[in-house]
Ligand binder design. Sequence first.
Ligand SMILES: Nc1nc2c(c(=O)[nH]1)N[C@@H](CN(C=O)c1ccc(C(=O)N[C@@H](CCC(=O)O)C(=O)O)cc1)CN2
Length: 285
Amino acid sequence: MSAPLINGKQVSEEIRGALREEVERLMKQGLTPGLAVVLVGEDPASQVYVRNKEKACQDLGYYSEVHRLPAATSQEELLALVDKLNNQNNIHGILVQLPLPKHIDEKSVIDAIAVEKDVDGFHPVNVGNLVIGDDSLLPCTPAGVIELIKRTGIEIAGKHAVVIGRSNIVGKPVSLLLQRENATVTMCHSRTANMKELTKQADILVVAIGRANFVDASYVKPGAVVIDVGMNRLDTGKLAGDVDFASVSEVSGPITPVPGGVGPMTITMLMQNTLIAAKRLKGLA
Ligand SMILES: Nc1nc2c(c(=O)[nH]1)N[C@@H](CN(C=O)c1ccc(C(=O)N[C@@H](CCC(=O)O)C(=O)O)cc1)CN2
């Protein structure tokens, strides 16, 4: 490997340091940011992510509530909890961990979260504001991708960015955020013809297609920045990105590893969103 690593853990720690200091200042003004996380069921990966969110709150001095509900929880029960949290003054951010059990309609639950407490940035009003370029709470992983690129000292403006993947939670919002940073953006997806012809034009390649090791060196222009948003658990138990790191890092420029790249930024951006939401709700921003 010759390509420089983009270190998500390090960038994440830098941001958390600044958040910690800001929380200390806000607490002197009587504001403690509060985050409620709701987990339904026992998905092992979700349990780890929720525990890490709880730890991040403790580490940064936030108030936190974790609601662990049985898998058989009904949609009505979950909506009643969301309603209670919407009206709770010490809670500024609400996150319902995804995926939800199949009998619960994700959209109904996301739509029920108060827009100003939607620290996941998934509510249609926040998505709409992102599309038109108005102020909104940004989805955590896409916001983390942009922070990671910028804080590594990589210029986005004027670059050709190619995004592989068109999901509502990563591909679409990351494309919009790259445009907002003045990149020229091309989107590819599973039905794109001649994908390599497009990806080989990318100065910045963001991969979020959800297929382990999908992108190898033949997709990448020499020296291009490569951001791997993939997180695929292999049968061996190992975590793999959507990028074949060994192959791509032979030709690429700066590249994110998995783990240790975009992943750590997701929870850090959640903490940042919670702080922003708390300040807005208190009239301090
Ligand atoms: N309501 C939400 N649900 C889910 C989201 C989300 O943003 N909001 N994203 C993912 C899970 N996720 C946070 O919830 C998340 C995923 C991965 C990481 C992370 O730090 N990954 C590490 C590796 C961890 C491991 O070994 O498993 C890394 O990449 O270094 C943090 C958060 C789905 N659900």
